[in-house]
Design a protein around this ligand. Structure first.
Ligand code: ADP
Ligand code: MG
Length: 413
């Protein structure tokens, strides 16, 4: 792994005000500064943006950032500008596109954010030919792969643009990509296999437990009783969210619902109440959690199975961001898998194989008698020790008979 030059550390202090690199950031920055194309996989919140923003500041010319959502671009723009970085977006929502293009051509921008639809147009390629480009950053790079969970066909059109500028290095970034998706991203974006840098996915303070569901409300109530701090319960449907919020709220603990069907004002109010609270429970669909910054969530419970291991990791990852002990408990039923298998029939043909694989991987995590953390981390390409000492299987190993019964229950689903 590479070490960044001292100038990089200076820019890290001066521009971003950070005392040190975090995790693999330094290695990614070092590679990019050497002009070598890279794919980096770092969990959400690990600090991926810095790995292109810092080189963008240091290198002569502009780093062109491909990003899938205008909202994401504007967030990035705000934080970059706040650090004194010369950044702009080029989207249909911008009225000053002419001025932006002029500044870009004149070499007055460090960062230029565009959506893949625009980036793949001939007209944008022409613009790049008349401007100094230092680096291509492809954010949310899993969108380029059909194996990924959020395939965006426009990402496939980026390759000709990248290839038109063979001297400009490429940096692809994503939080979630299993082995298949990674290989596909490397191939689709023309990045060498040795250009992969993966960050540590382990969240050692989270205790994982996965249990069969027998009496959902009683089990959830027990989890609430054991965990007085703030927590999130993920439920599969809006109706289930409402029902559980009401039932669990009756026991005295403050419990609120959150799902996309609620009035936006109520949703915002419930979210604000949760963020401010030291003991509240949010019962929610997966619509809840993205972009919510609450470091002291003490437990995340799943009232049914998540969509995939990636989803499970992301959702449980909202617990214990402060590093203090937290728990993640999944309560699953054979009928969850049965329903998910039925839904596979409705998936478009070209996605079915990958969706099935996703579900099988999740079933593997649920039915294993081995260390949960080891399975999780291996899924993300790491080589963890056999046991972690902080999951249900390590703490209370199941007997062989129990494990067999569990497996049978799953297989018959
Ligand atoms: P990601 O895209 O990986 O989810 P971001 O790039 O949005 O993460 O960064 C998450 C947070 O981490 C931001 O608030 C950012 O300022 C902060 N951060 C990034 N790098 C560092 C660092 N080296 N030291 C301290 N904080 C950092
Ligand atoms: Mg990001």
């Amino acid at each position: 792994l590479d070490t960044a030059p001292p100038e990089a550390l200076t820019a890290l202090h001066d521009t971003f005000g950070f005392p040190a690199f975090r995790g693999v950031q330094e290695h990614v920055v070092a590679r990019v500064l050497e002009g070598r194309s890279t794919l980096t996989i770092m969990p959400t919140g690990a600090g991926k943006s810095l790995t292109y923003q810092l080189p963008a500041v240091m290198l002569r010319g502009t780093c062109v950032v491909v990003s899938p959502l205008i909202a994401l671009m504007h967030d990035q723009l705000r934080s970059a500008t706040a650090n004194g970085i010369r950044a702009a977006t080029l989207t249909s929502a911008d009225t000053d596109r002419m001025a932006t293009m002029d500044a870009f051509r004149a070499g007055e921008l460090d960062l230029l954010y565009v959506a893949p639809e625009r980036a793949s147009q001939q007209h944008f390629r022409d613009l790049l030919s008349s401007a100094p480009v230092s680096l291509f950053a492809i954010d949310e790079a899993h969108c380029v792969s059909e194996w990924g969970h959020d395939f965006r066909p426009d990402y496939r059109l980026l390759r000709p643009l990248l290839d038109a500028f063979p001297d400009v290095p490429r940096l692809a970034l994503t939080a979630t990509a299993d082995q298949h998706t990674r290989a596909d991203i490397l191939a689709q974006l023309g990045i060498a296999d040795d250009g992969l840098i993966v960050a540590g996915f382990d969240r050692p303070n989270i205790r994982y437990a996965i249990r069969p569901r027998d009496s959902l409300q009683r089990q959830l109530k027990a989890i609430l009783d054991e965990n007085p701090g703030p927590g999130i319960i993920y439920a599969p449907t809006r109706a289930k969210v409402e029902q559980l919020a009401e039932a669990l709220g009756a026991s005295g603990r403050r419990v609120l619902p959150y799902h996309a069907g609620l009035d936006p004002a109520i949703r915002a109010r419930n979210q604000a109440a949760f963020v401010a609270s030291e003991d509240m429970v949010m019962v929610a669909t997966v619509a809840f959690g993205m972009g919510i910054d609450k470091p002291d969530v003490r437990f995340v419970a799943h009232a049914g199975i998540p969509k995939s291991i990636e989803g499970y990791y992301q959702e449980t990852g909202r617990a214990g961001r402060d590093g203090d002990p937290a728990v993640a408990v999944m309560l699953w039923g054979a009928e969850d898998f049965a329903r998910a298998r039925q839904r596979l029939a409705e998936v478009e043909d070209h996605r079915r194989a990958s969706e099935r694989q996703r579900l099988d991987a999740l079933a593997g995590l649920v039915e294993t008698a081995q260390c949960r953390r080891a399975i999780l981390l291996r899924h993300f390409g790491e080589h963890p020790p056999e046991t972690c000492g902080n999951c249900d299987n390590c703490l209370e190993p199941v007997g062989v008979t129990d494990a067999t019964q569990l497996a049978r229950k799953l297989l018959s689903a």
